[in-house]
Design a protein around this ligand. Sequence first.
Ligand SMILES: Nc1ncnc2c1ncn2[C@@H]1O[C@H](COP(=O)(O)OP(=O)(O)O)[C@@H](O)[C@H]1O
Ligand SMILES: [Mg+2]
Length: 245
Amino acid sequence: MASIAVYSVKGGVGKTTFAVNLAWCAASVSRRQTLLWDLDAANGSGFLLGVDPKKKRTAQSVFAADRSPTKLIQKTAYPNLHLLPADESIRTLDRQFDRIGKKKRLSKLTDALGKEYDRIIFDCPPVLNEISAQVMRAADIVIVPLPPSPLSARAFDQVVEEVRGSGKGHPPILPVLSMLDMRRTLHKEARAANPKWPAVPLASAVEQCAVMRQPVGAFAPRSPGARAFAQMWTAIERKLASKKK
Ligand SMILES: Nc1ncnc2c1ncn2[C@@H]1O[C@H](COP(=O)(O)OP(=O)(O)O)[C@@H](O)[C@H]1O
Ligand SMILES: [Mg+2]
């Protein structure tokens, strides 16, 4: 099993869009048993996958000692792809982590789920607190979506610091240009400065994910957006494989 976190300290940069589309690639392209684990109270991942929330607000209970996450996992419309949804209860997760005082709670839960899943993808909230610290300890790789702007470059520096702070064996970080629009000078410059980073174009097909409530690969498989996610997924698998050696 390998776990992949999609993380940034900034909101609105494409984390949920990345997480859902990468999870779909893992399940549909690589045919891996995949779990998308939503850690953001907004439950955006569930929405984008067309999975409607249950009435009971139980997401937080996963982190209490006596509860197995498997009971809360939901099937999606896609083979091999399951969802561990978030809900409002997760807003206090930071405090709950503090209270239980177990630095590796998320890590342990993730390892236990490794019996059933090959790939676990975390959709993270834009926070810099005990939740992000737990994610950094649990993840094998951290994907950071970066819309080309000086502000997101700053956010990236903060992520790097957070990941480094998580300890010696911290996970590798893969920055990815997000919402790239090559008609714009600033974006062209950002691309030229980082020619090797994977990139996702600003595209209406990608935006449509929220209207269709489907990953872009499911409804527009030949679109540049779908191809970009497939390429990014390949880069992630390659990085995971080289890490194992
Ligand atoms: N490549 C893209 N092209 C066009 N719109 C995008 C793209 N990536 C994300 N968006 C849109 O940007 C908004 C924020 O994306 P989201 O994934 O929710 O960010 P986050 O999870 O970081 O807050 C959403 O409305 C989403 O549809
Ligand atoms: Mg989000």
